[in-house]
Design a protein around this ligand. Structure first.
Ligand code: MGD
Ligand code: MGD
Ligand code: MO
Length: 692
């Protein structure tokens, strides 16, 4: 998009760009309204111990309160008693600075971020199969040319409207679109074939598809032999997944499974994409692996115009997972427990490698430990609203209340900020420079159009100011160079540490030689092209729009098959909770809703939460369209009007998660997590629905 500043008003104009072809969704059009929203925070807030209320305060007082609080907590309980929680909406520079702040200024192992709830299952599956985790290893425009396109648990017509043009082009060229979703959605309406499984059974579907591919002879034997390892064990597991067995479990008719396998197996160019519907499960990594196995067996990854990919979520969903805000990760997608990686990054940061903390724990485990004997007692949040968006949210809310110190940086008073001891007002997207990396691994610039309002600071300025103050902390033995922009052994000025371009230059050095190598990507180079694709190790060398043409990013260059077996959801239905509950998004609301619930046009388009259920189920419950219902699980309940839809399975109930308070869908969701990725099971649990 391009942004235009006229007088004091910022407007958003679509621009011809290869990814979105000039498209922009309604949320993009209306985003400027938030820049001068009356509820915008323009001064720090401090909780008054006498009244318990949040009161305006000076930056000086707010930063003092934070440093004193952090110091007290760390002196009493150790360094790991302080934790940081980041977000996939942060720019690359901020994600990097946040990871560095946690490891160097706070010296805590506890940092993780909301991408754990978003991209972590696809990321883990991609890493173990291909040795790299990039949403799409090919440009998005390939979608428009696919003969067969399979979308698994994705609703891009509502969640990624700019992508719809590629789906339209694909169908206009005569391609076949197949969508797997338990509900009829704006996306399934465009599909040639809609498979409607029971939530949580995608892995059984994937196994049956590979079973059919084997029996009908679509497996690419040469490719499997020369480009992969591990197929024998996978062939053995899928042998047991004859289509009728998958139909019995998922409800997807054998004929539809066969049609799908044939469409993929006979296509010249076939693409398989997964999104949150398949991934947000306690078996999300294995489910994605099931579809990766299918793609590999058909010889798709690396074949021109074909492949496997996952659709990214947040604004910087890809870059947000590369620069070190993940518990187990250092910049450049390096592992924090890898000695060489530690030595490299420690050199860039100017600290001894053995002083870097080790790995922390994944987001939900971190949130669930807050304020307990084992967990951190202070938390800083940048770019997330877990009171609305975390699973089993009432429990998480309780944990946040138990903290000795909660600090939230936001530009609006989110439900999480409302619980904080200190709230710091931050800049918005149009007020700061930086880069973002899209799902194609393409690094893009985001430009500041105007300075933040007075009283507001950028996240980088906040981190730099806190680092500078913490340096004086006796319990944190002073370390050299604890701020971005420092040469080894020197200390940067606060101004350098809050300059995004200086931070990016350091990020390039820290990422050099890593999986996500940005060493050859400068802001100038990004400006000169329509973005630069990582890995890009050299200033002069090429970038990487396409991966896997002749090797994968594994040590031997071969992709890895992994045998995976379907297993039931963490919580199954029973007499008390007889319905399957799943969650997701609507077009006009974004995430935890902090921003979009405050925009009038979007509020008009999607004013309130709803519970989508089949008319037959509604009749059994005695509920009419629009009547309020209660949804109850073992963990809690929420309330919203019923929305009758013949397009949902009668055994399944759906609600969007964009609202807090009484309408909070996450009051009932299950906090079971995937053992590999730490992804919570947002997409299935057992509930009962009652007339309210
Ligand atoms: N309007 C809007 N757009 C957004 C966002 C937003 O909040 N609002 N958020 C952004 C972010 S962070 C993300 S991660 C993306 C998410 O983008 P998507 O993954 O497309 O979004 P969801 O609605 O979470 O899930 C997609 C579909 O999965 C289906 N589903 C539920 N359970 C299952 C299941 O067990 N199996 C299968 N196959 N499908 C299932 C749901 O019915 C839903 O239609 O959207 C991004 N774009
Ligand atoms: N039931 C259910 N729950 C889900 C999901 C689901 O499908 N179902 N999806 C999950 C997914 S995929 C995601 S990504 C999460 C998202 O949920 P959250 O992590 O809560 O993400 P947001 O709602 O985008 O929250 C971002 C907050 O940070 C603020 N903010 C935005 N940009 C910045 C910035 O640059 N700096 C600072 N300091 N603050 C900023 C915003 O105002 C907002 O309050 O929800 C997860 N929760
Ligand atoms: Mo997400």
């Amino acid at each position: 998009m391009v942004l235009r500043e006229e007088d004091d008003a910022v407007s958003v104009l679509p621009r011809q760009f290869p990814t979105n072809r000039g498209g922009l969704c309604q949320k993009g059009w209306t985003a400027p309204e938030l820049l001068s929203h009356p509820e915008r925070l323009t001064t720090p807030l401090l909780r008054d111990p006498a009244t318990g209320e949040l009161r305006p305060a000076t930056w000086e007082a707010a930063l003092d309160r934070i440093t004193t609080g952090l110091r007290e907590v760390q002196e009493k309980h150790g360094r790991d008693a302080v934790a940081v929680f980041g977000g996939g909406g942060l720019t690359n520079e901020k994600a990097y600075a946040l990871g560095r702040f946690a490891r160097v200024a706070l010296r805590t192992r506890h940092i993780d971020y909301n991408g754990r709830f978003c991209m972590s299952s696809a990321a883990a599956a991609g890493m173990r199969a291909f040795g790299v985790d990039r949403g799409l290893p090919f440009p998005l425009s390939d979608l428009g040319r696919a003969d067969t396109l399979l979308l698994v648990g994705a609703n891009p017509a509502e969640t990624m409207p700019p992508l719809v043009r590629w789906l339209t082009e694909q169908r206009e060229r005569g391609g076949k679109l197949i969508v797997i979703d338990p509900r009829v959605t704006a996306t399934t309406r465009q599909a040639d074939l809609h498979l409607q499984p029971l939530p949580g059974t995608d892995l059984a579907v994937a196994s049956a598809l590979l079973h059919i591919a084997l029996t009908e002879g679509y497996v690419d034997g040469d490719y499997v032999a020369t480009r992969t390892t591990g197929f024998t064990a996978v062939r053995r597991t899928v042998a047991g997944w004859w289509p009728a067995r998958a139909e019995a479990l998922s409800g997807v008719p054998v004929a539809d499974l066969e049609e799908t396998a044939r469409a993929l197996g006979t296509a010249e160019r076939a693409i398989i994409l997964t999104a949150r519907g398949a991934e947000q499960h306690a078996k999300g990594v294995d489910t994605v692996t099931g579809f990766v196995n299918l793609a590999l067996a058909l010889g798709l990854p690396g074949r021109p115009g074909s492949g496997y990919g996952c659709l990214t979520g947040q604004g910087n969903g890809q870059g947000g997972r590369e620069h070190g805000q993940k518990a187990d990760q250092l910049p450049g997608y390096r592992k924090i427990d890898d000695l060489e990686a530690r030595a490299h990054v420690a050199r860039v940061w100017g600290v001894p490698a053995d002083e870097l903390p080790g790995p922390g724990v994944p987001a939900y485990q971190l949130l669930d430990s807050l304020g307990t004997d084992q967990g951190p007692r202070a938390l800083l949040v940048f770019g997330s609203n877990p009171v609305v968006s975390a699973p089993r949210a009432a429990r998480v809310e309780g944990r946040l209340r138990d903290l000795d110190l909660l600090v939230v940086a936001d530009f609006l008073l989110s439900e999480t900020a409302a619980l904080a001891d200190v709230v710091l007002p931050t800049a918005q997207w149009a007020e700061e420079d930086g880069t973002m990396t899209n799902l194609e691994g393409r690094v893009l610039r985001r430009r500041a159009l105007r300075p933040p309002p007075s009283g507001v600071r950028t996240d980088l300025e906040i981190l730099a100011a806190l680092s500078a103050r913490l340096r004086g902390t006796p319990s944190l033995r002073a370390l050299p160079g604890d701020g971005p922009g420092s040469a080894p052994g020197t200390r940067p000025s606060e101004a350098a540490a809050s300059d995004p371009q200086v931070v990016f230059t350091e990020l390039r050095r820290a990422s050099a030689g890593g999986i996500a190598d940005y060493a050859g990507i400068s802001w100038d180079r990004i400006d000169a092209a329509d973005g630069v694709f990582w890995p890009c190790p050299d200033d002069e060398g090429p970038d990487s729009p396409r991966l896997f043409a002749d090797r994968f990013a594994t040590p031997d260059g071969l992709a890895r098959f992994h045998p995976v077996e379907h297993r039931p959801a963490a919580e199954e239905v029973c007499a008390d909770y007889p319905l399957h509950f799943t969650t997701g998004r609507v077009l006009a609301q974004y995430q935890s809703g902090t921003q979009t619930r405050r925009v009038a046009a979007l509020r008009r388009a999607a004013p309130e939460a709803f519970v989508e259920l089949h008319p037959d189920l509604a009749e059994r419950l005695g509920v009419a369209d629009g009547e309020p219902v209660r949804v109850l699980s073992r963990r809690g309940e929420f309330q919203a009007p019923a929305r009758l839809s013949p397009g949902i399975r009668p055994d399944t109930v759906f609600a969007p998660f964009h609202w807090g308070g009484r309408a909070r869908a996450n009051s009932v969701t299950n906090d079971a997590v995937d053992p590999v990725s730490g992804m919570p099971e947002f997409k299935i649990c057992a509930v009962r629905v009652e007339k309210a």
